[in-house]
Design a protein. Sequence first.
Lengths: 335, 624
Amino acid sequence: MSFVKRYLLPRLVTYVLVIWLGITMVFFIPRFLPTDPVQSFIDRLSSQGTYWDPAAVQETIRTLRQLYGLEGTLWEQYVGFWKRLFTGNFGPSYFQFPTPVIVLIKQSLPWTAGLLLVTTLISWIVGNILGGLAGYYSDRNWGKVLDGIAMVIRPMPYYILALALLILLAYVIPVFPIGGGFRIGTKFTFTLENVLILLKYAFLPALSLVLIGTFAWFQGMKLIVQGVRSEDYVKYAKMGGIEENRIVSKYVIRNAMLPQITGLALSLGQIFSGALITEIVFSYPGIGMLMYSAIFSGDYNLLLGASTLSILLVTTSILLIDLLYPLFDPRVRYR
Amino acid sequence: MKKVLLIGLVLALFAGLSLSQELPPGIPRNETLIAQWLTGRAANPGNFNIWATWVWNDRGIQNLLLEPLWCMEYAVGEVINALAAEPPMYSPDFTQLTIKLRKGVYWSDGVPFTADDLIYTIELSKKTSGFGYHTQMQQVKEMVKIDDYTVLIKLEKPNSRFHINFVDRWGAFRPLPKHIFEKVEDPLSFNFNPPVGTGPYVLHSYDPGGYWILWQRRDDWQRTPTGMLYGMPQPKYVLMVFYSAAEKRVLAMAQHNLDISDFSYEALQVVLRRVKTARAWRKDFPWTVNIDPCVTGLHLNNAIEPFNNPEVRWALTLAIDIVEYAANAFDGAVTLSPIHIPLVPAYYEWYYKRMEEWLMNFELDLGNGEKFKPYDPTAGLRLAEYAKKRGYPVPDDPEQIKKIFGPGWWKYAPDVAEKLLKKNGFYRDAQGKWRLPNGELWKITINTGNNPAGPAERNAFAAVQAWTKFGIDVVAQSLEIAQNAQGEFEVSTDWPAAEPWGGHPDLSRTLTPYYSAYVPALGEGAPWGNYARFTDPRMDKIIEELQVTDWNDTEKLIELGIEALKILVEKMPTIPTFNYPGVIAWDEYYWTNFPGAENMYAQPYPHWPNFKYMLPFLKPTGKK
């Protein structure tokens, strides 16, 4: 009972407040940008050559404003937004009116989620294991080699790394396609061949993300482990004759993992933001390009839809991590 | 051991797949044309309802699937009668428009295209708020079906240009299939999938991720306007792809997996060097497409000081050494445009040649009875000289040079610019910097976009160099989001005038944005093409006269157009610099006979609606 009153309830209140604040900010900030979705739509078509009779433009603007629900005060729009949100409706995309925002998100999100979920987990697991071992056995040659590789790859601008992989493995040695999510002219059905094709198209984008991600986790973990290794309790364990493998896994890595678990929760939450550069370099479908174009076309609803899901996921991940933390760190107890 | 075998099997399968081509079995590469589309990844690839919303129209919908009534062809200077059989016919008072339709056209699902489709298209738009051209179609009072192929449209009030809503120039109100849409409950949310069209191609398949779409030639291509006018489109398949990064386009073309694509000027050089079978629009320098119906330049905000003063605007023009400017912007690979319309072949005959004498004699009043003739007919020749010095091959024929580099531009006359400024109270300080009449340092901010390879941005950087050299404190700011339409700028690199038709002498498309009734106060959106907010009572009169001049009265249209262009030169509300230099490359590995400078039978871009009319002229090389 004391846990519920003293920790859980206040934590849940904070959780709800953070969500409300985040969504409210995402609602208002784009509206203060110097972008007008209607004008933006008309400008874009005009600049591409579509003729708008100037006499008709103003009338068209009025009609579109009405249809987009952009009439009324900000407060009225804000209230309307929350009413819609509680029914799971983010409204229509302005740029692709009247397509519902949720339809657009549903089309792009599986690609991003599939790619980023897998690469984030692989990077996290591999990076932490290698980083943990390299941190503990920092005097070994293989650790130094790994460290050297990390020193080269980690500071490399992602765009350059991705492009280098693309040139090497799609052009010089043309083993992988230079772009896309699936083979041209083919409809996806669940067969072994199609799954392999899907993996082949995802391989280069995934490799680029895993390389950068793994070595980021590697370096972080290595530094933490080096710190933990010199803690008194590790020294005592050694002196006490505890087996080295047990010291590495139970004493060092387990303790060093704590900040990395929080980091993982935050990284998973970032999936909703997409991987814009990956999408651009590899022409890989995803939510990054969708959000990028939503920002610059003033597509508030689309931006709001994707951001709301992101806010929900990040805050929920952090809440879960907070609640599960005692399992990882016995020192923490919610009394 | 079993695990090793399993891993080996998967790797072997993977490797086998890796060696397979980009195209699936049954789609031969040598029967497929692969082209890059322009406007980015399709976010909603399953939606083809071009009438309800933006569906990335250039991924084959406007350029392969659908036909318009009329299509503007700026490369040869004509309006193609596509679904229409003849040009529009108006009653003398412009209250009635008769449209004759082409006979024998069928929708791709086998239903004949008739007057019913056109009438239904207009009716549906008129009654559906939010549908394409809904506002414009309110002008229709009544429609009469004279016969299956003739429609009489009665208008609410006279309008000699009502038909331009149906003229495709990268956008038009194209007829939709009545038999499909009449069964639809909500035409706005209808996805129109699978799409049905009157064009020569039908949908084969598309990427749910939005990066490619494959089109297949119709078996009955003879029953489409394209087939009737030009014959069978040669590629059996057209694959439209969007490679988001420019580097990938280079790689794809080097692998012969991309036949047509736009590039940056620098990427084009790489393609031409690395891909033996690749060519640009012009085979030699300057390579770029110089017949694009768009002129680039500098937009000056006429609604704020000091740009509200035509003499200041002229001073800024004369402070530009156009050869140096073109060299800085595009290494000289451009066609100079002294007037506010581009030098497309037809405009060269209709406007440039006819205005040359006037331009030569045009004078600026410098005060105290002093006059100055600013036109420099040798500017194009000087640019050609620059190109020669850079080692590029340049023809000797002056007429050729005019068409490649431009007939002329404005003199580089910083001394005259200085006189004009001083006449208006400007002065130089001890450091030689220009000061405004109120004593403040003259600072100019140029708003531009965020693509350093784009013509707009290159104009900005060249202008910064030219005006800085002249003594003005100038910076260019690269903006993702600008409010130029609302007038929140000093100088921008928006096109100096709205793009004209390019293939028809009527300039109302360029001039109407100057009509004073359409120009709002600062803070409200100005019409595209006139963010400068320039107005002139004489221009209003010309626009009003154009409104009552028949679309087919070529001589009168040119006469009025020239008068309007003279006003724009005289007041120089914006500074036109050079034609939009389109940068495109073709790989002739599988296909040849593209419409290059030496063989200009059609416009060259795959994203334009005219793309379908180019395809019957292509020739397969026979390579497998």
